[in-house]
Design a protein around this ligand. Structure first.
Ligand code: AVJ
Length: 328
């Protein structure tokens, strides 16, 4: 079963966007890797999503992080913060503040798919924290983690429920790869959206203003711009629903009428019938128990589980175990 969010096999490291899109759109059912939401327009739309009244995730995580930052820094005592999928880089500032309060010098690595994000965030952070040594790495964190290089005393950050966009079957392997970039005792702070009432979850992905719908459709615009595709973007309807059995929100685009699409750069000509769907994202919702199950065999253990009073969102502090790790 092919769904978005799968970690590409290691051999796919050299895949281009055109290769990937050819593979996923000819899969049955067709899908697109959700990282392709984040061209410049999509990144700006995502920023708007984070401020929507229905999208509780960002503000809940930020408030929680502000509350626990000192505790996390005291436990891990890091010299380097590595933010995977750094986005706008707002939250890492809360941890840099905590490091400053603890009198710790900090290095910072920002790792994101869009260099616009890492550059803008690096600029903002440099202005606020002139003593922090900042490095930006552009890449796909499901396969380019090796670009991080050697570390030591690291606290990696994988916030915003981005882990939810990875297929659960692939999460342990992903975590093992992150663990391989950590030394025993190093930390990985993971932002986890929690299982809750379906109506609340679905509202967060079907906002009244329609920003999420625009964000979803923008993936087709990105294909038009980057690969010369000719999707009639307005013909595709936004669909988002909670699949309780799989415990994930799935987003799809549904063709409002029959359409033919050509994607010259991917050497593709596709036909969709009205009602056909392209799956664009899964966003998995966890519990403490279901996240704990993902840790088996990864070399990571759960050190602390922090949540907000309403139990909407959790920050899981994982620690690299002491024993040396063998990678498959
Ligand atoms: C923050 C990237 C994990 O899955 O909730 C927001 C992306 N998709 N609205 C999420 C997203 C639809 C988001 N991530």
């Amino acid at each position: 079963m092919a769904v978005p969010g799968r970690v590409p096999p290691l051999a796919a490291a050299a895949d281009t966007m055109a290769d990937e899109v050819r593979r996923t759109l000819t899969d049955r059912p067709p899908w697109l890797p959700c990282k392709y939401f984040y061209d410049d327009r999509g990144s700006a739309l995502f920023e708007r999503i984070t401020r929507l009244p229905e999208y509780y995730l960002t503000r809940t995580e930020e408030a929680l992080l502000a509350r626990i930052a000192d505790d996390v820094i005291a436990r891990v005592a890091p010299a380097e913060l590595v933010e995977l999928g750094s986005g706008a880089g707002r939250k890492v500032g809360l941890l840099l503040d905590a490091m400053a309060r603890a009198g710790r010098r900090a290095r910072l690595v920002l790792f994101d798919i869009n260099s616009l994000f890492t550059d803008a965030a690096a600029g903002r952070i440099a202005a606020r924290f002139p003593d922090v040594e900042i490095r930006g790495v552009t890449g796909d964190f499901t396969r380019d983690l090796g670009a991080l290089g050697p570390g030591g005393s690291r606290l990696a950050l994988f916030l915003a429920s981005t882990i939810g966009n990875i297929h659960p079957d692939d999460v342990p392997r992903f975590l093992r790869r992150v663990a391989s970039q950590l030394e025993p005792g190093d930390g990985l702070l993971v932002g986890v959206d929690l299982v809750k009432d379906a109506a609340r979850l679905e509202a967060a992905y079907n906002d009244r203003e329609g920003v999420t719908a625009e964000f979803n459709r923008n993936i087709l615009r990105h294909l038009n711009d980057a690969l010369g595709a000719d999707f009639d973007v307005a013909a595709w309807e936004h669909v988002a629903f909670f699949d309780a059995e799989r415990s994930w929100i799935e987003m799809r685009l549904r063709a409002g009428r029959d359409c033919r699409v050509r994607i010259p750069a991917a050497d593709l000509a596709l036909e969709f019938r009205a009602g056909d769907e392209i799956s664009t994202e899964i966003s998995c919702k966890y519990t403490r128990l279901s996240l704990g199950r993902m840790l088996r065999g990864t070399g990571l253990r759960l050190d602390r589980w922090y949540t907000d009073p309403e139990q909407l969102f959790a920050l899981a502090l994982l620690r690299r175990e002491g024993a040396r790790l063998r990678l498959a």
